[in-house]
Write a protein that binds this ligand. Structure first.
Ligand code: FDA
Length: 303
């Protein structure tokens, strides 16, 4: 109840107040702040993937601005030798307004990253975007086989079938590269599992399928049970360290992150930044009122 109440009312609080909790999870508003955060993570042995906030835009001018900003990000990150790659949400480039324009913008970004031998991850958004984002990935993968990847959400009932269907573009020479996460959007129960144990079981089933088929996986979770389950699959199947990495969101579960690093595994941190941090924070909260618990903790419990 309390979580839902906070989630509903927080958008009406002063921005400064919301920033008190958001700053833990967002690198800042500017590229300079994002670079600073990423450099600190690099210095502590972690890779990064940087994300410009600004999903679900309302016109194509915003899409063009977002594309320009990504090109600037890549320019800056490459020239400053940040160890990391790029994540983007196709709706930030107009996926639901004009999918052709969106494709051309995302293609331009992938081409720029590929020119520096780097990589762009297409985040997976809500269920009305899934087919469109898979189609976009297929097209881009044909042109930039080593420079683009996609995200899959274990809570969707369709995911294992999608992964199997995409094996036609996977090979040992040009392996596909996916991030596997639980999924963050509120989806109808007809298409998505809701139960914690059910989602976790699907996550591990998807992960085992991918790793056994030599797909590169970004194991994106802060759930200790899933981390332990993943390590068990990796150990039992002798999966080489070159075939996976762990991924976490900026500011979340730093203790677990450290434990994973201490075991010698690769860790990549997802670093969101940008002027749209307020919209991003309040949207995330509406999607997942359970996050309110973390907000209360970060407001009232020091450290
Ligand atoms: P779970 O939700 O069970 O959380 C486990 C524990 O982690 C919690 O008990 C809590 O302690 C902590 N925790 C989790 N989230 C937290 C938060 N936001 N703040 C503070 N503590 C938190 N989703 C999606 O639909 N599309 C995508 O493209 C991506 N991309 C993505 C990238 C990366 C690197 C990560 C880590 C996650 C995503 N996600 C995502 C989000 C993902 O789907 C999922 O919603 C969150 O990671 C939470 O799920 P967990 O697996 O962490 O477990």
């Amino acid at each position: 109840m309390m979580n839902k109440l906070i989630a509903r009312t927080l958008p009406y609080f002063p921005k400064k107040f919301v920033w008190v909790f958001s700053r833990k999870y967002i690198a800042g508003e500017t590229i300079d702040e994002a670079i600073l955060a990423c450099r600190q993570l690099n210095d502590n042995g972690m890779l990064v993937t940087v994300d410009l906030l600004g999903e679900f835009i309302t016109n194509l001018d915003q899409a063009k601005n977002n594309k320009e900003e990504y090109l600037t990000i890549i320019e800056r990150f490459e020239s400053e030798n940040i160890k990391g790659n790029y994540s983007l949400k196709p709706t930030s480039f107009g996926l639901l307004i004009d999918k052709e324009v969106c494709y051309q913008y995302v293609r331009e970004i992938v081409a720029r990253a590929a020119a520096s031998n780097n990589f762009v991850r297409i985040d997976m958004e809500d269920s009305k975007c899934v087919d469109l984002e898979i189609e976009m990935f297929r097209q881009l993968k044909a042109e930039f086989p080593a420079h683009v990847g996609l995200v899959f959400q274990a809570y969707l009932k369709r995911t294992l079938d999608d992964l199997k269907a995409l094996m036609d573009i996977h090979s040992e020479e040009q392996p596909t590269n996916y991030r596997l996460c639980k999924g963050i959007y509120v989806e109808p129960k007809e298409i998505a599992y809701k139960d914690y144990d059910e989602v976790n079981a699907c996550y591990l089933e998807d992960l085992e399928y991918l790793l056994k088929n030599k797909v590169y996986v970004g194991i994106a979770t802060h759930d200790r049970k899933l981390v332990e389950g993943a390590i068990k699959i990796i150990t039992e199947n002798n999966i080489p360290n070159e075939q996976f990495e762990f991924q976490m969101l900026y500011g979340v579960t730093p203790e677990l992150r450290k434990e994973i690093l201490n075991k010698g595994y690769k860790m990549r941190i997802y670093v969101p930044y940008g002027k749209d941090w307020f919209g991003y924070s309040t949207r995330r909260l509406k999607e997942n009122p359970k996050m309110a618990t973390h907000i209360i903790k970060s407001l009232f419990i020091k450290g």
